[in-house]
Design a protein around this ligand. Sequence first.
Ligand code: NAD
Ligand code: UGA
Length: 469
Amino acid sequence: MTIPNTIKTITCIGAGYVGGPTMAVIAQKCPHIKVNVVDINPDRIAAWNDSNLNSLPVYEPGLAEVVEEARGRNLFFSTEIDDGIREAEMIFISVNTPTKDYGLGKGMAADLKYVELCARQIARVAESDKIVVEKSTLPVRTAESIRTILEAEGNGQQFKVLSNPEFLAEGTAIADLYAPDRVLIGGEQDEEGQKSIQALADIYANWVNRENIITTRLWSSELSKLTANAFLAQRISSINAISALCEKTGADVDEIARAIGADTRIGSKFLKSSVGFGGSCFQKDILNLVYLCRHFNLPEVADYWEQVVKMNDYQKHRFAKQIIDSLFNSVSGKKIAFLGWAFKKDTNDTRESAAIYVAKELMLDKAEIHVFDPKVTKERIVEDLKNVAASKAEFKAMKKLIHFHDEPYPAMNEAHAIAILTEWDEFKTYDWSSIYNNMLKPAFVFDGRNILNSAKMDELGFRYKGVGK
Ligand code: NAD
Ligand code: UGA
């Protein structure tokens, strides 16, 4: 197989939250490499090409500046997937791998149909040898399936498959890509596999220290990604489990996080108790891990990891229930303001956001939900509710109960309660005294992110409840 000493052109299939920012940074840091980002979604590509940088499909601090610098120079967004495949020596697959919602493994396994389609298209279209890089998060041994498809469907070209999972977090994607804790590259142990690994490592080495580029076997790399997300989510579920005990005993979960986090063996990060983790990946990747364990007949291991997701569901439910209980056992007809809808601050992404589930539970009890989020659109929120509605009738009912606000204060005027679902910094700077004056009394604030100062809120007259307090 021909493996060039230096890669001149790469193509990334999938222009989403990972493909877009990752390729933009590669293009910025490697002006000598042409970077094509291709996608089947023409609207998404049009948004990436929009001259108005506020219209990019992904909101990430610093992203617009990177795109502005590289776009049109060596960074190109297009729907011409075949051309992108033909032109590149290295092709990244960065398409979505959602939880399967049909058939075998429904609700647990990763749906690999988009990845498979990419592999078939690469095999069909390629006119020269290619290095194919798994950027999507995939079950262990997927590279084997990709290789099988490439070999079976191809026209005699040769392929090497690498695993290069992405560890960026949304909201800090650009900072994470600039200074990753590590870049992980898995490949085959033969000479061509090692040469392919080096070709990819050389690209990252344009801005990442070589010591931070870890190379492993293919299967270790694939499984490391699922394991990393499982460990991160496990920490949140662990501290959230303790938050429930805090609420019963008078201990304060943030004080506990500080006390245990000071132990360098435990570490202080990812111990922030909350209404529950969201995002497109933690739940999906753990369920995928659980499915794999069951598949390999390891039920004890599967049950162990599944508990992380169960605890997260419990936390979201507990938060909603606390609101209903506190508002005298019914929220029917009551105005509840939601500050935040995104799954975390500094992103417009709402996938699996705790806000969606808490809102649904409150609306099943007939609450009127008034949402303000600085970055999330009304259309997105409606779509989220549609996705979780059990039936058309339930969706219709929820649509009547949900209200949207472009400004925060009207969302809270005459509200019975405020629920903080996302930790946007601006919420801390609001005039809480005037908000108090304009609310119905008693004025409840349920802080699902523990961002406000409880003593100050009490002083203003609020009935303030944080998580694990
Ligand atoms: P996304 O849904 O934002 O983007 C995926 C894109 O792929 C979409 O624009 C879709 O149109 C496109 N696509 C799907 N099939 C295609 C095909 N056959 N040809 C061309 N384009 C196609 O998803 P994402 O958040 O970028 O995640 C992508 C992968 O990266 C997932 O496996 C995810 O688990 C993983 N990941 C995500 C994050 C994150 O922060 N979002 C971080 C690390 C890893
Ligand atoms: C997470 C991982 O952090 C990334 O390394 C990984 O690449 C990515 O998933 C992925 O594979 O998609 P992300 O989901 O973007 O990144 O954001 P996180 O910062 O991990 O937050 C996830 C959720 O956990 C958010 O809802 C956040 O509010 C919540 N969280 C996080 C807590 O409740 N407490 C914490 O201490 C930390």
